[in-house]
Structure formats: structure tokens, C-alpha cells
Design a protein around this ligand. Structure first.
Ligand code: VG1
Ligand code: CO
Length: 543
């Protein structure tokens, strides 16, 4: 087995986005495309000589082939060991846990998360640090810089390792340990939650439907919900991971998880519904006839956290991404703990978690997590909800109503305009940015603007500053509009418009969210001319 040094030339656009590098699969399979990026990861993290890495992916098309390439490149560059999930599988939270538990030097996750999979869809890769969290911008920038100048990379000329068999083998001098992807993660969940109480609730007839959307969470959900917690067999649907996710779009929101939404809003709804995304780090929570917005879910988990054994002593703080609604801020205030607002993407929560400043974090895009790992965690959120329902012996609907009556309600929605022309989208943002300074005191959609800015984040732990993280328009009375461009899309640009209205009047807690938000929606149109510029009459996705 010899190390081959392969000559290569840079590819344009290998800049990691919100969560790693995501491109169309057809791009990733081009000769040297993945290899250039992997070699640049090695450079960005200061080399892999003597290091132990975790490797796993969400099972999408090209996962297996890419796993072999990553291992051969790690071996060629002197890595000591790679711990890899059986068949190359690991959910993102399980990978984060594995990195931490085994005290490794980080890990490579092969996933494009909620983006569809298959030869005609998307693929992705990201690096997580020894703390288990996504590489911060200092590292992703270093990786990107190397992709621009790369001229060669090393790869071992070796046969593939059989990833279907659990156990130890070697690739050159490097040890390959194939591990069960589920066991350690399931054990961690048992440590965090009151499994006995949840099990009793199922024994008492509580029903659930978990839609794994043919993505990575299936094996985890089946093991934990059906086997360990004795939820009735069949509670997990679409539980077998498929390379193309059954041609679905594994994004757990009311648009893409429509069959589950229809079930939950219909006469035969079980007590609880949930779905997860491609790589298992997101969650959608639905009660019987009651959809929980992710921003509300974060607030409700935080407000009830002491019912969960792992958080019984309370929370150090609550962190949310800036576009996420302020519902959790009011819980933090009531609990007397700090509230943080970070840019979109989980990489910004890591420092707060590591420093012990925050215990629970969440994003409006259906990501919630805690200091148990350094990623968002879909199944963890589901178990958190189940633990709360078991402890409070209540329904999702009643818990929501109770929460709003105590804290008020943040009506919230996100409107996405997908695959729009990129230069046009950038001009829309630039033009709006240019107007920000003059918006204070003016009226849009009948609402008076209090202030407007382009969000910049000063990390309270390492002092780094991240700019241009979304345009915020704050209206008098607390309503809010946020616009930003997605950093995970692979075709054109995706414009995300985040809408929020706060109501504390007890008589105003039962409105239809889109109706409640109508003035903010009108303001968005007036300020950013979305329909005129995009030519779209309606968003592609409404969450
Ligand atoms: C989206 C979400 C963001 C999330 C990111 C990765 O990013 O908005 O909240 O952290 O996806 O999630 P963007 O840049 O497209 O808005 V995952 O589960 O797709 O890795
Ligand atoms: Co994901």
C-alpha cells in the first residue's frame, strides 16, 4: 500500500456555508472535487498526523464512496485512527457525541442535511472540532483559503475497508474501527431523560407517530422509541434510510412533512407527532391538531427543563439564533438567566456551551439542542417533549395554551423564496441594506419602524466578530422582520423572510399566524419589493 500524490487544480466556490460545503452531487463526484476539499480540511486543522477522527454520514447517495476516500486520505496523511459508523452512517448528533465520548481530534460528517439526496440532488461534507461542534469560521476560512491554492493531495492506494462489519481493521498503518452508530447515542439519551416515566406513558396508551423521512434517524428512533421505550411497533414510519430519502425532501416542516401534518390535523391523529431531517439534527413537533413552531418549542422546553433529570438543577442560559423568535428570551427573563442571540448556524453556539454560559440552544429552522453534544439534536428534542408530557400529564395543545397565557405568544412564520436568481437576490439585500439608516420613524405595512440594522455578532467568549448576518427591522410594539439569504442552498439563492409578532393580550392568543402576521408581511413587501423583484406571487415554503 503506497501513498499516491495526485496533482490537482482548485475548484471555484468551495467556501463552506452555514453548515459545511454543500453542492449538487454531480459536482461532488467530479474527479478531485471531494479530494481537494478533504485535503484542505487537513490543512485547515493543522494536519491529521497522529490524530484520531470520527467519520459518518446521513446515508445519502455517495456516502459510502466518500467514506472510503476520506479514510484513504486520512491514512495517507498520517492519521492514527478513524472511528467510523457501520456502513458509513452516523447522525450528526451521534457523530458529535462520538467525537466527545472518545475524546478524538474531531470528525468528518458527510451530509447535506435537509437538502434532498441522490445523483441528481445534493451532497455535503463538514468538519467538527474536538469539542464535537461544527468548525468555527476561523477554521472554515482557512479551509477555503487552501481550496483556492491546492495543487496536490495524498491518498493511499489501498483496497476499501468493509464498513458493514463492526470491529477493527487496518488501512495502511491507520486503524479503522467500525462501530454501531446507535448504541452510544441511545445510552446518552437514557442518561438525560426519565425513560421510566416515558415508558409508563406509552404503557398507559399514549400514541406517537415519528416520521424519519427515510433519513438517518430511522434506526435511532426505532431503537429508542420502539425498543427501549416500548412505543407500539409502527410508531416510527419511513424508518429505513434510503440513499435518495425515497425521493423526498428530508426537511421537517409543514410543507415537506405534509403527510405527517395531515395525519396530525385529522381525526385519527395520535397524541404526538414528530419528524426529523436528513442527518437527524432537526425536529418538528406536532400535537393532536397543534403544530408547535420551533421558536415556541425552544421556549417551552426551556420553561419546563427542570422536569428532565439532566436539567433538574436549572439552566445556565438560553441561546437562540437571531432570526428565531424572542419567545425564549421571555422564559430566560422569568428564570433569571441570560439570553443570547447568535447568527444562524450551530457553529456559533459552541463557545457559549463550552463556556457554560448557555445550556439550551435553538433555531427557528427546527433545530434544538443542549450541552449534551455540540450539535442540534432532533431525537433529543422529541424525547424532551415526551419527558415533559409524561411529567406534566398534559397534551401538547394544553401545554402550548398554558405557556402562551403565562408568557404571551410570539406569532412566527418564515417565508422562503427558493432557487431565485442570485444576483437579483443579492441586489435586493444590498438595496435594503442601503436604506436601513433612514428607516427609523418611517411606516411600512402600516407599522412604525423603530430601528433597522444589519446584524453583527460579537462572540462573548472569543471576541470574534461576524458581520452581515441578516437585516433586522424592528417595529414599535415588538413586531419584527428579518431577511437573509440561505447559506445551505445549492441552486441560485434562497431568500428567507422571518416574520414575528408579539401578543400578550389574553384575548389575542388564538389567531391564525399568517393573519396575525399580515402587517409584517405587507411591510416586507413594501420594504424589499419581494414579489416585484422575484416575480413570485407566493413563497415556495412557509413554515
Ligand atoms: C439553514 C437554517 C439554519 C440551520 C442550517 C443547517 O441554514 O436556516 O438555521 O442551522 O440550515 O441546518 P440557511 O443558511 O439555509 O438558512 V441542517 O440541519 O440543514 O445542517
Ligand atoms: Co440537519
Amino acid at each position: 500500500m503506497t501513498v499516491q500524490t495526485i496533482k490537482t487544480t482548485p475548484f471555484d466556490g468551495q467556501k463552506p456555508g452555514t453548515s459545511g460545503l454543500r453542492k449538487q452531487t454531480s459536482t461532488f463526484v467530479e474527479p478531485n472535487y471531494l479530494e481537494n476539499f478533504v485535503a484542505s480540511i487537513w490543512v485547515g486543522i493543522g494536519g491529521v498526523t497522529g490524530k484520531t477522527l470520527v467519520l459518518g454520514g446521513d446515508g445519502r447517495y455517495y456516502n459510502k464512496e466518500a467514506s472510503q476516500i476520506v479514510m484513504k486520505m486520512a491514512a495517507a496523511s498520517g492519521a492514527t485512527k478513524v472511528i467510523v459508523g457501520q456502513d458509513g452512517l452516523l447522525s450528526t448528533p451521534a457523530a458529535s457525541h462520538m467525537i466527545r465520548k472518545r475524546k478524538t481530534d474531531g470528525g468528518v460528517i458527510l451530509s447535506a442535511s435537509h437538502n434532498p439526496g441522490g445523483p441528481k440532488a445534493d451532497f455535503g461534507i463538514k468538519f467538527n472540532m474536538p469539542n464535537g461542534g461544527p468548525a468555527p469560521e476561523s477554521i472554515t476560512n482557512a479551509i477555503f483559503e487552501n481550496t483556492k491554492v491546492i495543487s496536490e493531495y495524498d491518498i493511499l492506494d489501498a483496497p476499501d475497508v468493509d464498513l458493514s462489519v463492526i470491529g477493527l481493521s487496518k488501512m495502511g498503518d491507520m486503524v479503522v474501527e467500525v462501530v454501531d452508530p446507535v448504541v452510544d447515542y441511545a445510552a446518552l439519551m437514557e442518561e438525560i431523560f426519565d425513560f421510566a416515566a416515558i415508558k409508563d406513558m406509552f404503557a398507559g396508551g399514549f400514541t406517537l407517530c415519528f416520521d424519519a423521512m427515510h433519513a438517518i434517524t430511522g434506526p435511532y428512533a426505532t431503537e429508542i422509541l420502539e425498543k427501549r421505550l416500548s412505543a407500539p411497533e409502527g410508531s416510527v414510519i419511513n424508518g429505513i434510510p434510503l440513499p435518495d430519502f425515497g425521493e423526498g425532501h428530508p426537511d421537517p416542516n409543514p410543507t415537506w412533512a405534509k403527510p405527517l401534518m395531515d395525519l396530525m390535523m385529522g381525526p385519527d391523529a395520535p397524541d404526538f407527532g414528530a419528524a426529523s431531517d436528513g442527518d437527524g439534527d432537526r425536529n418538528m413537533i406536532v400535537g393532536k391538531g397543534a403544530y408547535v413552531t420551533p421558536s415556541d418549542s425552544l421556549a417551552m422546553l426551556a420553561a419546563n427543563a427542570t422536569l428532565v433529570p439532566a436539567y433538574k438543577d436549572g439552566l445556565a442560559g438560553i441561546a437562540r439564533s437571531m432570526p428565531t423568535s424572542g419567545a425564549s428570551d421571555r422564559v430566560a427573563e422569568a428564570l433569571g438567566v441570560p439570553a443570547f442571540a447568535t447568527p444562524t448556524g450551530w457553529k456559533f453556539f459552541g463557545n457559549l456551551l463550552d463556556a457554560g454560559k448557555a445550556t439550551i440552544c435553538g433555531e427557528e429552522s427546527a433545530g434544538t439542542g443542549s450541552n449534551h453534544v455540540r450539535e442540534k439534536d432532533g431525537l433529543w428534542a422529541v424525547l424532551f417533549w415526551l419527558n415533559i408530557l409524561a411529567a406534566r400529564k398534559t397534551s401538547v395543545q394544553d401545554l402550548m395554551v398554558d405557556h402562551w397565557s403565562k408568557y404571551g405568544r410570539n406569532y412566527y412564520s418564515r417565508h422562503d423564496y427558493e432557487a431565485i436568481d442570485k444576483p437579483m437576490a443579492e441586489k435586493l439585500m444590498d438595496d435594503l441594506r442601503g436604506k436601513l439608516a433612514d428607516l427609523g420613524g418611517t411606516v411600512a405595512g402600516g407599522l412604525t419602524i423603530e430601528s433597522a440594522d444589519d446584524f453583527a455578532y460579537d462572540d462573548p467568549v472569543d471576541g470574534s466578530r461576524t458581520e452581515k448576518q441578516g437585516i433586522r427591522v424592528l417595529f414599535k410594539g415588538g413586531d419584527r422582520l428579518v431577511l437573509r439569504l440561505s447559506g445551505t442552498g445549492t441552486v441560485g439563492a434562497t431568500l428567507r423572510v422571518y416574520l414575528e409578532k408579539v401578543v400578550t393580550d389574553p384575548n389575542g392568543l388564538d389567531m391564525d399566524p399568517q393573519e396575525a402576521l399580515a402587517p409584517v408581511i405587507a411591510a416586507a413587501e413594501e420594504l424589499a419589493e419581494i414579489s416585484t423583484r422575484t416575480g413570485r406571487t407566493a413563497p415556495d415554503v412557509i413554515t
